[in-house]
Design a protein around this ligand. Structure first.
Ligand code: S3P
Length: 435
């Protein structure tokens, strides 16, 4: 039996809250902290299952990691050449980020490793990392269709390579830059469109220069990493549910504190503003190389738009929530150029379309996106999240504009990215319970 959410219809979101730490930054902080020389203290760490899988993997490879209190991690780094073979397979759970970035870390080790995942991760494409890593000299076996488990053969000599990526993917870019740390010479990655640059920023923070020119980032092999403190801001991808919820629910007025607003992540704000949302970015500051701000969001009538393609990679995880905004907007919203959504934790185009239809929304599935006809009220209904955390939370928020309760099945995986979602959402005014 997995968790089912039941969310009462209507209500509004009010007050101030801080959502948990950024998932992408938390993964990277564990990885670089483990590979650095010296002691790294991470605060604001996301204690979600995905990041805990990364943490456990490094412990299994001999890294000493302490947890003095929740959201704080202390790592005694072992340096670039200090990892040891794990006695067992490394279980990456539900996390594509963990698995793909770990390919980059493990490809250049002198021991073999095996990476496994849950049923969702076992369906996700891995050749996008294994093939370019192969061009650097890595040897990684996938299942016949390019999916996990992955068998990474150690003891290979890697050489730097100039990669040009076909897919805009921060996970692929990051895996290749990380592998570059064990490669001879320079490794460069050119991406087709800008994607989140947390790896580049954090490498710099750990004393490893990253040469950046337009869409290319390069690292030089064997540059040691120096430990230091990492403060993780709140995750804009988790804040997104509240940005959408407060935008669609009349009477809402919410302050989201200390949110990471790295410009490679703020597509959700840009898209919601184009739809007419009222979002103010307050008290911008920079913390540990990442921009942070408080976000004030108030209810505002939304209108449908054609989502600009250049914003797609900058909001790639926020489309489930944005589709709910579109369903509550006046007129039609069209998303194209987002085929990547089909290979996330679920096929987020099809699964969201099925859920929207269950709530009475008229939508058309496109190969690379969705066309949604907004309506003033949604119906209550039953949703299958397909074990996808962001689908579950998006439909929970949709209940704010529904005429009847929304029931969402298969919600356990909310814990992968947003532990405490229910309590935080309840505190802000969402009538959510779980069974
Ligand atoms: C992530 C990159 C994105 C995103 C994922 C986290 C990262 O994936 O969807 O949730 O931390 O690098 P892709 O690189 O596959 O687009």
């Amino acid at each position: 039996m997995t968790t089912t959410f039941t969310v009462e219809a209507g209500g509004s979101l009010r007050g101030r809250l801080r959502v948990p730490g950024d998932k992408s930054i938390s993964h990277r902080a564990i990885m670089l902290g483990a590979l650095a020389e010296g002691r790294t203290k991470i605060t604001g760490f996301l204690d979600g299952e995905d990041c805990l899988a990364t943490l456990a993997a490094f412990q299994a490879m001999g890294v000493s990691i302490e947890r003095p209190e929740p959201n704080t991690v202390i790592i005694d780094g072992v340096g670039l050449h200090g990892l040891k073979a794990s006695a067992a397979s490394l279980d990456m759970g539900n996390s594509g980020t963990a698995m793909r970035l770990m390919c980059g870390v493990l490809a250049g080790q002198d021991f073999d490793s095996t990476l496994v995942g849950d049923a969702s991760l076992n369906r996700r494409p891995m050749r996008r990392v294994t093939e370019p890593l192969g061009r650097m000299g890595a040897r990684i076996d996938t299942d016949g269709d390019g999916t996990p488990p992955l068998r990474i053969h150690g003891g290979q000599s890697l050489r730097g390579h100039k990669h040009t990526l076909a897919v805009a993917s921060a996970q692929v870019k990051s895996a290749l830059l990380l592998a570059g740390l064990w490669s001879e010479g320079e490794t460069c990655v050119t991406e087709p469109a800008p994607t989140r640059d947390h790896t580049e920023r954090m490498l710099e923070g750990f004393g490893c220069p990253v040469r950046r020119e337009r869409r290319t980032a390069c690292v030089t092999g064997d540059t040691p990493l120096r430990a230091g403190p990492v403060e993780v801001p709140a995750d804009i991808s988790s804040a997104a549910f509240f940005l959408v919820g407060a935008s669609i629910a009349k009477g809402s007025d919410l302050l989201l504190e200390h949110v990471g607003v790295n410009p490679t992540r703020t597509g959700v704000i840009d898209i919601l503003r184009l739809m007419g949302a009222s979002i103010e970015v307050l008290d911008r500051r920079e913390i540990g190389g990442e921009p942070v701000a408080d976000l004030q969001v108030r209810w505002s009538p939304l209108r449908g738009i054609a989502i600009p393609r250049e914003l797609v990679p900058l909001a790639i995880d926020e489309f489930p929530a944005l589709f709910i905004a579109a369903a509550c907007a006046e007129g039609e919203t069209v998303l194209t150029g987002a085929e990547e959504l089909r290979v996330k934790e679920s096929d987020r185009i099809q699964v969201m379309a099925d859920g929207l239809v269950a709530l009475g929304v008229d939508c058309e599935v496109l190969p690379d996106g969705l066309r949604i006809q907004g309506r003033s009220r949604l119906r209550g209904g039953v949703i299958h999240s397909h074990g996808d955390h962001r689908i579950a939370m998006s439909f929970a928020i949709a209940a704010l504009r529904a005429d009847g309760a929304v029931t969402i099945h298969d919600c356990d995986n909310v814990a992968t990215s947003f532990p405490g979602f229910r309590a935080l959402a309840r505190g802000a005014g969402l009538g959510i319970t779980a069974s």
